[in-house]
Design a protein around this ligand. Structure first.
Ligand code: NAD
Length: 446
């Protein structure tokens, strides 16, 4: 395990930079963190995971908190709190998104970081897991303020991120523009000979700034590749199937786009502003254009009816794609769900209690670490492209994504059969086994 980079003690405050790094206090687990621990324990018990490896994987390698000042447009100074959790790097550099949201804290970042460890291992790409972000609502800030917040956060993180060490990417409320600011800030702090070599410090950049063709759609596309594999495995056609999507952002929109291309019908959609329903179907492209022109909100769209948020998961449909935040499907609404398949575009959308209810009800779940892995796989392609000075085209990206996700899907099905378990537990077993092998073969230093 690595220590926190360049930090000798557990708690250091560098007053000049307002730069603070500390290990989080030990406190009871809650929310997303409890879910990820429940999921891990279920798999670890079933596969009889090596005791020492289990201890290592139960904790985070590094937990970083930075408090940093930013000058607002009105000249006042505001202090922001940023997080980066580096869960494990047994298989390669830490990798995972940055989220700008009020719910970002140490627990949420820890849960999301360990999901990244399982996801990258399952996809067989050479990364570990990390996650982080800033605890605030970006909708309350101007574009120029967001640029300064992003750049100052990058500066505060310093060498705790790096192209061969920890590579962030977009997540909720972070955009390719923000990834470009991160790359530019990081590269600007390096000497001239290192600058060009550092472009892959972050993925999900715009194409002109070293980004990858197709990275924008990769997660949603991958969700649909997984759904196609489910249809194939169960001998069904997706044409005419009804689906609902929670979250109409980067993941939700592209999943809806590719699924409707296959003849499936979007009958419900929800974002943070409201919920829409149309029995005859909502035209995905029209809703996208509307939301884009309407401050990224679906509210007011005329091609559907408005409905109560609490009724959303009860819509009559075949496929439900949660693609917003975690803990959306719980014991409170799991009994209402009519869908036969839940394809987890979001990270951690289903809590442990809901998981058991859904399995009991015979509803299939394609787990997040498989279903939304297209994003980190495409990030890996972008990283390789930058590192090797190559240019990949869209078709090459989508074809390779297809191949890797299908490969993971089939390995998960094989594990489910071998251990007679659900797909989530099977995916965990497949992911953890690869990390276990790495530790057993390498041993523990010293
Ligand atoms: P995004 O910011 O582009 O979109 C988020 C969407 O969720 C928006 O439409 C927003 O209105 C909606 N939303 C937020 N709060 C909501 C609420 N309480 N109820 C209903 N809708 C709500 O984010 P994204 O990148 O599409 O990420 C969505 C999910 O997918 C997250 O869980 C993220 O961790 C996961 N994910 C993203 C990627 C990626 O490549 N972007 C990869 C893997 C997983």
């Amino acid at each position: 395990m690595d220590g926190i980079k360049n930090i000798q003690s557990f708690f250091i405050v560098n007053i000049m930079n307002n730069y603070e790094v500390k290990l989080a206090d030990v406190k009871p687990k809650k929310g997303l963190l409890q879910n990820v621990h429940d999921q891990f324990n279920k798999a670890a018990d079933l596969m009889d995971l090596d005791k020492g490896v289990r201890k290592i994987l139960e904790i985070n390698n590094n937990e970083i908190v930075v408090n940093f000042p930013v000058k607002m447009d009105n000249g006042e100074i505001e202090i922001f709190k940023g997080f980066r959790v580096q869960h494990n790097n047994a298989l390669g550099p830490y990798k995972g998104g940055l989220r700008y949201h009020e719910t970002v804290d140490m627990d949420a970042s820890s849960a999301l970081a360990s999901w990244m460890t399982w996801k990258t291992s399952l996809a067989r790409i050479p990364y570990g897991g990390a996650k982080g972000g800033i605890q605030f609502n970006p909708a309350n800030y101007s574009k120029t303020e967001l640029e300064r917040i992003t750049r100052r956060f990058t500066y505060a993180m310093g060498d705790n991120i790096g192209p061969e060490y920890d590579i962030p990417a977009p997540d909720v409320n972070t955009t390719e523009q923000m990834m470009a600011w991160i790359a530019d800030t990081y590269m600007s702090t390096k000497g001239p000979d290192e600058r060009a070599k550092s472009q892959h410090v972050v993925t999900g950049k715009p194409i002109g700034a070293g980004g990858l063709e197709g990275r924008d759609r990769a997660t949603g596309y991958g969700v649909v590749v997984s759904i196609k594999e489910w249809a194939l495995a169960t001998g069904q056609s997706l044409s005419g199937m009804r689906f609902i999507v929670q979250g109409f952002g980067k993941v939700g929109y592209w999943a809806a786009h590719y699924l409707s291309d296959l003849g499936a019908i979007m009958v419900g959609v929800q974002d943070q502003n409201g919920s829409l329903y149309a029995d005859e179907g909502i035209i995905v492209g029209e809703l996208f254009d509307y939301a884009k022109a309407n401050g990224n909100s679906i509210v007011g769209f005329r091609g559907a009816q408005y409905m109560e948020d609490s009724e959303f998961f009860g819509i009559d449909c075949d496929i439900c794609i949660p693609a917003a935040l975690g803990n959306q499907i719980t014991e409170l609404n799991a009994h209402d769900i009519k869908a036969r398949l839940i394809a987890e575009g979001a990270n951690g959308p289903t809590n442990t209690a809901a998981d058991s209810i859904l399995i009991e009800r015979g509803i299939t779940i394609i787990p997040d670490i498989l279903c939304n892995s297209g994003g980190v796989i495409a990030s890996y392609f972008e990283w390789l492209q930058n590192r090797n000075g190559e240019m990949w085209d869209m078709q090459m990206v989508l074809d390779k994504l297809d191949m890797l996700i299908k490969n993971s899907f089939n390995r998960v099905l094989a594990r489910a059969k071998e251990f007679e378990t659900d797909w989530r537990t099977a995916a965990y077993i497949e992911a953890i086994a690869r990390i276990e092998t790495a530790y057993v073969q390498k041993g523990i230093f010293p």
